[in-house]
Design a protein. Structure first.
Length: 137
C-alpha cells in the first residue's frame, strides 16, 4: 500500500555520502554533505537496544518538534528532544516505535524523507543503514 505522504519521495535526494562505523557495540550510519557534515546520524547502541536519530538543524524550527519519517509505505511520527544544534530522537527497544523505525528505514534501495516543521529533506538509502539498524533488531 502506498503512503499518502510518499509524494515527498519524488524530490531528488540531497547529495552526500553515507559512512558506517562500528565501535564496541556502537553502530552508526552518518550522512555527510559538503555543506553539513553529519546532516543525519543514525546510531544503535546494541547493548541497550537504543536507536538514536540526530538531524542537524540548520534553519529549521527549534526543538522539541515532531519529526516525520516518510517512506513509500508509512509515515512514522517521532518526538524530538530539545538538543542543540540538532534534532534528537531516541527510541528504546521496549518502545512501540522501535521496530517500526527499523522497518521504515531498513527497506533496501528505497529513499526516505524527514519532515521537520514542513521542511522536507529526502535521503538516499544505503547499506550503512542496514548494518546499523540490524544491530538493534
Amino acid at each position: 500500500m502506498l503512503n499518502a505522504d510518499a509524494r515527498a519521495l519524488q524530490s531528488t535526494p540531497v547529495a552526500g555520502t553515507w559512512t558506517a562505523r562500528v565501535d564496541e557495540g556502537q553502530f552508526s550510519a552518518r550522512f555527510d554533505t559538503p555543506e553539513t557534515p553529519s546532516l543525519l546520524v543514525v546510531e544503535c547502541s546494541a547493548p541497550e537496544g537504543l536507536l538514536t536519530l540526530s538531524l542537524a538543524r540548520g534553519n529549521l524550527p527549534a526543538p522539541p518538534i515532531t519529526l516525520r519519517l516518510i517512506s513509500a509505505t508509512r509515515t512514522l511520527e517521532l518526538q524530538t528532544a530539545p538538543a542543540r544544534p540538532t534534532y534528537l530522537v531516541s527510541v528504546r527497544d521496549s518502545a512501540p516505535e522501535h521496530d517500526l523505525l527499523i522497518s521504515t528505514l531498513g527497506t533496501p534501495g528505497e529513499s526516505f524523507a524527514l519532515d521537520v516543521g514542513g521542511i522536507i529533506t529526502t535521503f538516499p538509502w544505503d547499506d550503512a543503514l542496514a548494518t546499523t539498524l540490524g544491530a538493534c533488531r
